[in-house]
Ligand binder design. Structure first.
Ligand SMILES: Cc1ncc(COP(=O)(O)O)c(C=O)c1O
Length: 442
């Protein structure tokens, strides 16, 4: 009997003992092709020699620097690399140990920004349904993953309210053009600002590409500029959560590069350290930093393990490999191959309603009926069935239910490492095809 409290008490997951490149080896001798890097984490695959060397060296040289006293070379170098050229006006980085901690830091910094500039009345955040920003109570309050929120509803903060996501497959009306749908969403955000009192709103928070909650949902062209315009009109900040979709996953280092907007605060995590160490962070616009600099002079927040040197050394090595090996180009090329392969294999599958995503961040949404887009009975746990069928064929993919509203809908995410080659992509599609056919006979 395992004494670890696993995600389920009904069974213990298989024990992973070793991993290299695109493969994970289990204690029972099975080898699994890693088709999702966990939840889009392992962006360089496993045991990348340059990353392993960098983090081992840092652990041996100087494992921990208490940030109340010291900074460290890897933390400084990582911030310098990420902010080289001040992308989108982002000038500073703050490193923590997870995506949820990143969200907490973003929320607190946004609130502090308005204290610094003399607008203490701003106390409200607007976020979106069917998005996710983390599992700590603040981040969960900002999230719209109804399944994860439900048990903790009474503990969540009423500083947060939720508007609709931009999710065309599910929520654009049949008669509506893309432009009209975007306009409707911008009007909804404006109405929410008015309901709260525009002078009370701190920020609008959104995942640039929605990750696990709805399955790689990209916004329609013009959506983010329209949302940014509403924020700008009322002097509120834009917080983009790129924990899952950022750091190259969609083919550009930042997913917002493909959206025509820049955030005031950006949350990063999974692809930052690629799973080699727990690390997340926020990237911060110069104007936010300037407000702190000319105000209190410090960020009123902190964690024992912030900017951890070994974590920063691992992330620095990951980010260097992405740049030095030209991996963004591979994400684009392999992303196209993945998309084409998924379309070919599932484009006519009676139970695949939508194939979506960008770069090496793709999802299949399953439906009981393609013409009505009716989802399966949630009790069937179709997403789990596909996951299990894939695992038994030696493929790991990331499943989730509640795609539509936290209860209805099923999808799986395919998000292999940026080092994936054509053979890996083809093997993922082959095994996923067999798994879907087994779980959902055509
Ligand atoms: C978009 C997004 N934000 C935040 C988080 C929270 O990150 P973590 O699980 O590292 O706390 C996640 C994790 O899945 C995520 O996908």
């Amino acid at each position: 009997m395992s004494r670890v409290l696993h995600r389920t008490l009904t069974s213990a997951p298989p024990v992973a003992v070793r991993a290299k490149g695109m493969h994970i080896h289990l204690q029972d001798g099975t080898t699994i092709l890693d088709g999702s890097g966990g939840a889009a984490v392992s962006c360089l695959g496993h045991a990348h020699p340059r990353v392993v060397e960098a983090l081992s060296k840092q652990a041996a040289t100087h494992a921990y620097a208490a940030t109340t006293f010291f900074t460290s070379e890897p933390a400084e170098a990582l911030a310098d690399l990420l902010l080289e050229g001040e992308p989108g006006g982002l000038t500073h980085a703050y490193f923590v140990s997870s995506g949820s901690e990143g969200t907490e830091a973003a929320l607190k910094l946004a609130r502090q920004y308005f204290l610094e500039i003399g607008q203490p009345g701003r106390t409200k955040f607007i976020a979106r349904r069917q998005g996710y920003h983390g599992n700590t109570l603040g981040a969960l309050s900002a999230g719209g993953n109804m399944m994860r929120r439900a048990p903790y509803g009474p503990l969540l903060s009423d500083a947060f309210s939720l508007v609709s996501p931009c999710f065309a497959y599910r929520f654009r009306k049949e008669s509506e053009t893309d432009e009209a749908y975007v306009r409707r969403l911008a009007d909804e955000l404006e109405t929410e600002f008015q309901r709260l009192g525009p002078q009370n709103v701190i920020a609008f928070c959104a995942e640039t590409v929605v990750g696990a909650t709805s399955g790689c949902v990209t916004a329609l062209p013009g959506y983010f500029p329209a949302m940014r315009a509403v924020c700008d009109r009322h002097g509120a900040l834009l917080i983009l959560d790129e924990v899952m979709c950022g750091m190259g996953r969609t083919g550009t280092l930042h997913a917002w590069e493909q959206e025509g907007v820049t955030p005031d605060i950006q949350v990063i995590a999974k692809g930052l350290g690629g799973g080699y160490q727990p690390i997340g962070g926020i990237l911060i616009a110069g104007r936010v930093i300037e407000a702190l600099r000319s105000g209190s002079g410090s960020f009123m927040h902190g964690h024992t393990y912030q900017a951890h040197p070994v974590a920063c050394a691992a992330a620095l090595a990951v980010q260097k490999v992405i740049r030095e090996d030209g991996l963004l180009a591979n994400v684009v090329a392999m992303g196209e191959r993945l998309e084409a392969g998924l379309q070919e294999r599932f484009g006519n599958h009676r139970h695949v309603g939508d194939i979506r995503g960008r770069g090496l961040f793709r999802a299949l949404e399953f439906v009981a009926d393609r013409s009505t887009r009716e989802s399966f009975d949630p009790a069937l746990k179709v997403h789990d069935r596909v996951k299990e069928a894939a695992l038994s064929r030696g493929l790991a993919i990331y499943p989730m239910g509640g795609t539509i509203d936290g209860r209805r809908g099923d999808h799986v995410i395919v998000s292999p490492a940026y080092i994936a080659g054509p053979g890996d992509i083809d093997a993922i599609i082959d095994r996923l095809g067999a798994a879907v056919d087994a779980a959902l006979p055509p």
